[in-house]
Write a protein that binds this ligand. Structure first.
Ligand code: NAI
Length: 410
């Protein structure tokens, strides 16, 4: 499959990394749809100042180097979506549904729309939006993760790519048409693309749902609540404790129990145990692959990435009577590592487990802990606010499985 143009939706780290890489690898026009806040204007200013967007490894050893000027940057979908063979949502999952509603009316017939990463339940929400807008000609895909660890250095100008995964899985709907989109993604990203049999496999294979809430949870045991100076903010991945690694392994075991229960009905081979996924994704970037713990703390692609923090004001600090200095930071338990990865991750897997009558004790424990920090009861009262299948009319295991497989032969 060849395309004349693709559109990248988003104005964050991942979108600004994908745009130049895709333009260089595919040699086609790339537009940016950036309706959030003043991002379109800021992107245009940055591009003008730097002569394009640049994704660079510089100093990180990831080997990435790409610079290109997106053809058009717009906050109006009518200006960029028409004529796009492929539209890539490179957004936190909570922005998927709103963005889909904005772009669907402008999609070409038969266009491909995908989320990178898909996170949990992308297909339920996207299928609902397509059905409501009578656009079931549109084809969907999702990637299991973002291929890069990346951070914007100068907005609209330079993104630092800290690490690159060795391969990434994709799934599509209709599943039988994966042979069309997977080779294009392989060229676009410049990486081997594995093929998952269906989007349910990607929901369960979402490793962000394990890693991010699991590590945040482990901080609750190792952090005494005292704010730290900017230099002392803990490393997120490389600071993982042995106990934290045990929690990650148990979260992964819960997902494997769901896989085992559902596997007779459909192909879930893409749902790998976390340790296997880590070794496959990062290969020789991991200096000591002997245990899950050592694989995290010696992974070069994770080097230097810090825990999410929020600044604690001097007043608040004094009131809390916890520290002697002002201008310090506290762990941010409302950051995306919980706010995205629980309602668009763990809570989705847990809802599937419930339908399948599978016990998930560690997932339940981490959801309950995260919910207390987010002010949500995702195991009870607020479950329907998560992207769970039950919230999209898939209320039984039979319905879930037939939704997952209904487009396999189309
Ligand atoms: P980011 O925080 O840099 O970008 C967020 C962008 O999403 C914003 O710039 C804006 O364009 C858009 N956005 C945010 N809130 C919105 C809203 N309410 N409505 C509409 N648009 C909104 O995110 P980043 O780093 O690009 O991550 C994208 C996805 O990739 C997330 O799911 C993240 O968890 C995942 N990911 C990111 C990695 C990284 O190294 N950056 C690594 C692995 C996964």
């Amino acid at each position: 499959m060849n395309v004349d143009k693709i559109t990248v939706c988003g104005g964050g780290n991942g979108a600004q990394t994908l745009a130049p890489i895709a333009a260089c690898n595919l040699g086609c026009a790339v537009d940016l749809y950036a309706p959030f806040g003043d991002e379109a204007g800021r992107l245009r200013s940055g591009l003008a100042a730097h002569g394009g967007l640049e994704a660079t490894a510089h100093g990180s050893g990831s080997g990435v180097q790409a610079k290109a000027r997106p053809r058009r940057v717009a906050a109006d979908p009518a200006a960029v979506i028409p004529g796009s063979g492929v539209v890539m949502l490179v957004l936190p999952a909570f922005a998927h549904e709103g963005t889909l509603r904005q772009i669907v009316p402008f999609l070409d017939e038969g266009a491909w729309v995908g989320a990178m990463p898909a996170r949990g339940g992308f297909d339920y929400c996207a299928a609902k939006v397509l059905k409501e807008q009578d656009r079931e000609d549109v084809r969907l895909f999702g990637l299991q993760t973002l291929p890069w660890a990346c951070r914007i250095e100068d907005y609209g100008q330079i993104v630092r790519v800290l690490g690159v995964k060795k391969m990434v899985d994709v799934a599509s709907r209709p599943a039988a048409q994966i042979g069309e989109i997977a080779p294009l993604l392989e060229r676009m990203l410049g990486l081997p693309i594995g093929r998952a049999a269906n989007l349910l496999a990607l929901t369960l294979a979402n490793t962000g749902q394990l890693i991010h809430p699991g590590i945040m949870h482990s901080f609750s045991a190792t952090w005494d609540g005292r704010p730290f100076g900017v230099e002392d903010v803990p490393l997120f991945y490389q600071g993982l404790s042995q106990e934290g690694a045990k929690t990650l392994a148990e979260l992964s075991d819960d997902v494997q129990a769901i896989r085992t229960r559902l596997e007779p009905a459909l192909d879930l081979s893409a749902v790998r145990p976390l340790f296997d996924w880590l070794l496959q994704s990062y290969g020789d970037a991991i200096a000591d692959p002997s245990t899950l713990h050592s694989a995290f703390i010696t992974n070069r692609a994770y080097a230097g990435l810090k825990a999410p923090v929020r600044e604690v004001t001097a007043d608040a600090v004094q009131r809390a009577d916890r520290v002697r200095n002002s201008g310090q930071f506290a762990l941010d338990f409302r950051a995306r590592y919980l706010a995205e990865d629980v309602p668009f991750g763990l809570a989705v897997s847990r809802a599937i487990a419930k339908m399948a009558d599978v016990q998930t004790p560690t997932i339940d424990r981490v959801i309950a802990w995260a919910g207390a920090r987010l002010g949500k009861d995702y195991l009870g009262r607020d479950a329907g606010q998560a992207r769970i299948p039950q919230a999209y009319g898939l209320g039984s295991l039979d319905q879930l499985l037939s939704f997952a497989t209904e487009t396999e032969r189309r």
